[in-house]
Design a protein around this ligand. Sequence first.
Ligand SMILES: *Cc1c(COP(=O)(O)O)cnc(C)c1O
Length: 353
Amino acid sequence: MSKFWSPMAKRATTYVPGEQLNKPNILKLNTNENPYGPSPKVLAAIQKANDDDLRLYPSPTVEHLKEVIANRHGVKANNVFVGNGSDDVLAMAFMAFFDSENTIRFPEITYSFYPVYANLFNIPNEQISLNEDFTIQPEDFYNSDGGVIFANPNAPTSLYLPIEAVESIVKNNPDSVVIVDEAYIDFASTSAVSLIEKYDNLLVIQTMSKSHSLAGLRVGLAIGNEELIEGLIRIKDSFNPYPIDRLAIAGATASFEDENYFQDVTSKIIKTREWTTKSLKEIGFHVLPSATNFLFISHTEASAKDIYEQLREKDILIRYFDAEKIDNHLRISIGTQEEMEKFVEEMVLILNN
Ligand SMILES: *Cc1c(COP(=O)(O)O)cnc(C)c1O
């Protein structure tokens, strides 16, 4: 703690991301990255953009990329906002739609960036308990003073809340903004984007980090009513008008334009997810029905922490959260089929030990 720090810097609680170990041959199943690389067309587009034009600022409005995203989602370009990863978009959304006078709500078990931002921006918050089975009780989020934010599918639980329930939350908060963080929606089913025409208080946030294999490029987006998007732009333009660089614009555009590659990778991951779920159940794990590219699991006889530590010794990284209510669970990102076969093999050895 330094006397030079602002109150904001002093109260910051900082988000702790999963480890990025730089070791060869590590099996990395801890940060929900895509095991497959981005489309070759994405790499070619980035290479093409890597030229003298880098001396020029990128487009502050990213019009073309917005058009491409709007087309894909069947909305208009002025319903789309683009930021430097969805964490950046989330920060802007907290600043644009939440305030220190009104209490926001989010699930008690969810993406751990929400409490970090709420604290940083001094936003009072109520953390709502989940049901015993980790499902969300929609009614608990109705008529929230300051707004609502939740991830759907939720992390780290991997559970998808049906679109009717999402709609009921949006509908029952007509005077505040409901943010739905759809980081994993491409591995699930219906997106809440289908509801933005109908509700002016709904903001849907998505990312290219997971399903588009572009965590390293840092591109996230928000889709919502034009006035909400304008609110985000006001914050962005008062803060950093050029959050997306030229290489990211080129890569992101190419990725949205290569729908076939994207579909192919996504369905491979879903197939491997189903295989891994079945295999882990066969060796006694409880596996939540995942609608994401990761699994949330527990075992009645083996301790989650022990398993995590034993896997780590074998250079297999998964995620363990030392937090109340989930400290006997493990989160496992879905790798390639080959990687998951190796993972299950090691799990069998650990359990038989
Ligand atoms: C990964 C993740 C994000 C952050 O994604 P970036 O676009 O890489 O910043 C946001 N929300 C949830 C729920 C996530 O799992």
